[in-house]
Write a protein that binds this ligand. Structure first.
Ligand SMILES: [Zn+2]
Length: 459
């Protein structure tokens, strides 16, 4: 039986990120099948049966795998464009190019995005995909296929846009779907791909794009659809001052009040950014259990501002980290967001008390699992939870002189990933992906980026 297969990992530091932040300076883990069976200080117990593999992890820190809570994979083939723009100008510059994507491009971009994250310690990822040009093929299927191939646990947030320029929205008319078309396609995607089981590798969320690209009716009916189907809800919210102004002008209220009025606050909702929140907005998120995907690099790249993460955490709001699309965060890595979350928030009013290294690690692991609705199953290292974990190498030039491994991981350079496991299956070894060809992906993403640029230039 595959479930009996054991992997023993020993001689490593362990940061479990459980409720007590339990750590072991020198400990062991036993994986059985796709679960963590046991862990603790010192060597593994003697006499374990069916041990398929024993890993001497001397010099390593083991943490739960990183969880990415906000991304747009397709943007992998439009990186490095509109580099000196704010959000609205950047969107207007890129929409015409994005409206030309097709299945082949989206598959390559998804492979690139996933590969970059996975080799840097991400074990659970999501893609908020909201551009579905007519006749572009099975984009959702292509994205989910890429996630399966890479081996990461995955949530597809099936996005949509139906408020174009003619309705006062930001996207051009040719880049949007109809209300009914978007709802029907979203429901079909949930039926086809969503798996509600404990160890699900693929889930689907309902995810209209943002207040300035989606009709009030799509938000309202999207929320009803998600609750009828029992899946989560995701969107962008309170990202910039321009969005705040847009909401006041069109709806006579700020983004959070607008979301509440359309059924978009709740413990089954998570929202990207949440930068421009006043005290009562934060209170509303805390009261309803609405989660936040904090994307510090993207917020800096687009000059959006600094999200009030310390205040959100103090209020009890679930917060995870997000890369965001790589057209606004060209690195595409999540481990650097641990550090950026800490540094960016220390530039805010809470200064050095804003976040510490362990809080940053929690945002990138357990917090992410919480906002994706998977914290019962993953996000911390505890017996019975899924075996999603990373072995970070801490004994090389980059980190060896830092005594505390969690400090080294968060404050130091991006740590090498010796091994990464998802669902008990190894997907990374010595920084290389085991189930996909990184060099082939690099070539295909370049070719598809060039093809998209060519097609977009033709108009
Ligand atoms: Zn985004």
């Amino acid at each position: 039986m595959a479930a009996d297969r054991r992997i023993v990992i020993e001689n490593c530091a362990i940061a479990t990120v459980d409720a007590e932040d339990t750590e072991h300076a020198n400990g062991h883990l036993v994986l059985a099948g796709n679960r963590v069976e046991s862990l603790g200080p010192g060597p593994a117990p003697e006499g374990l049966e069916n041990v398929e593999r024993r890993i001497d992890a001397t010099g390593h820190l083991v943490t739960p795998g990183l969880v990415n809570t906000h991304h747009h994979f397709y943007q992998w083939i439009t990186r490095g464009l509109a580099t000196d723009h704010n959000l609205f100008d950047w969107l207007v510059a890129l929409y015409p190019t994005w409206a030309r994507i097709d299945e082949e491009m989206v598959r390559a971009a998804a492979e690139g995005s996933l590969a970059m994250m996975a080799r840097g310690g991400v074990t659970m990822a999501m893609d908020h995909h909201y551009v579905f040009p007519r006749g572009s093929g099975d984009l959702s299927g292509a994205i989910i296929g890429a996630a399966r191939a890479t081996g990461v646990r995955f949530t597809l947030a099936r996005g949509s846009m139906d408020r174009s320029e003619k309705d006062g929205g930001l996207p051009p008319d040719f880049a949007v779907e109809t209300l009914d078309g978007a709802l029907a396609a979203t429901e079909e995607t949930v039926h086809r791909h969503h798996d509600a089981s404990f160890d699900a590798m693929t889930q689907v969320a309902v995810a209209p794009c943002s207040p300035f690209s989606v009709s009030t009716e799509l938000l309202r009916q999207g929320a009803e659809l998600a609750r009828r189907l029992g899946v989560r809800l995701h969107t962008h919210g309170s990202e910039t001052v321009e969005e705040e102004k847009f909401c006041h002008e069109l709806f006579g209220m700020g983004p959070t009040d607008y979301f509440e009025s359309t059924g978009w606050l709740g413990d089954d909702v998570w929202m990207a950014h949440c930068v421009h929140m006043n005290d009562s907005d934060i209170e509303a998120f805390a009261r309803t259990g609405t989660g936040v995907a904090h994307c510090p690099s993207s917020n800096a790249r687009l000059a959006a501002g600094i999200a009030r993460v310390p205040d959100l955490l103090k209020a009890g709001v679930p917060v995870g980290l997000g890369v965001d699309g790589t057209a606004s965060n060209e690195s595409g890595e999540l481990h650097t967001e641990l550090r950026n979350a800490l540094l960016v928030n220390r530039l805010g009013p809470h200064r050095e008390a804003a976040l510490n290294a362990r809080q940053a690690l929690r945002l990138g692991t357990f917090g992410g699992a919480q906002v994706l609705g998977r914290s019962r199953e993953t996000g911390s290292l505890e017996p019975g939870k899924l075996a999603d974990l990373v072995l970070w190498r801490m004994d090389t030039l980059a980190h060896a002189s830092i005594a505390d491994p969690v400090t080294a991981l968060v404050f130091g350079a991006a740590a090498p990933v010796t091994a990464s496991f998802v669902n008990g299956r190894q997907i990374v070894e010595d920084g290389r992906l085991l189930h996909v060809d990184e060099d082939a992906i690099a070539r295909s993403t370049r070719a598809q980026a060039q093809r998209l640029a060519r097609i977009a230039a033709q108009g």
